[in-house]
Design a protein around this ligand. Structure first.
Ligand SMILES: Cc1cc2nc3c(=O)[nH]c(=O)nc-3n(C[C@H](O)[C@H](O)[C@H](O)COP(=O)(O)O)c2cc1C
Length: 172
């Protein structure tokens, strides 16, 4: 892939919150998880841990933990992503790596023609989600990715202009 194509892929990715009922093949899910696995992390620490949730009963219980319940219910697949706390070496850097991991997965979802969204609001009930998924407290929920074949894509998304983002350092 050329750099221009990579930039296009990054820019064209949108959060998708509505999905068709078409199931997602395991092979595609494996590619998404593989993209997450290959994210960079401080000291190559890889404190991320993944779950795949497809069952309707479990999805419904998770849906009740967020105001984005409709997105959760409508998604054929959820990937709750956890950090394994005993594996952490640095509070900030391990958490930064989780973001890289999640973005890798979102880009792969988009690259495969699927759609997905990073659900963060659900962290207000992170402990409840962890308990629903029968995981012990050493796992802390970082996000839930909801994904599937897109039924509707939000074409519009804006970013601040580069001029607003660029800082200038003055020489001492
Ligand atoms: C840390 C984080 C938390 C987010 N939480 C939610 C969420 O709870 N619900 C939701 O619908 N979208 C959520 N999003 C998606 C953002 O709303 C979305 O990425 C942003 O509006 C830009 O739109 P785009 O992804 O289509 O470019 C979250 C994204 C990030 C990175």
């Amino acid at each position: 892939m050329q750099a221009a194509q990579l930039l296009e892929l990054i820019q064209a990715r949108r959060s998708v919150r509505r999905f068709s009922a078409q199931p997602v093949d395991d092979a595609l899910l494996a590619d998404i998880l593989e993209a997450g696995r290959w994210a960079p992390s401080g000291q190559n620490n890889q404190a991320w841990r993944f779950l795949v949730v497809r069952g309707e009963a479990l999805k419904e219980r998770i849906a009740q933990c967020t105001k984005y319940g409709a997105v959760v219910r409508g998604a054929p697949v959820l990937i709750p992503v956890f950090i394994h706390k005993p594996s952490m070496y640095n509070e900030v850097k391990d958490h930064q790596a989780m973001g890289a991991c999640l973005q890798n997965m979102l880009l792969m979802i988009h690259g495969l023609g699927l759609g997905g969204v990073w659900l963060g609001e659900i962290l207000n009930q992170a402990d409840k989600v962890r308990q629903i998924l029968s995981l012990p407290p050493e796992y802390e929920l970082m996000a839930v990715l909801a994904l599937g074949w897109p039924a509707a894509t939000n074409q519009k998304s804006q970013r601040k202009p580069m001029s607003e983002l660029m800082l200038s350092a003055t020489e001492p």
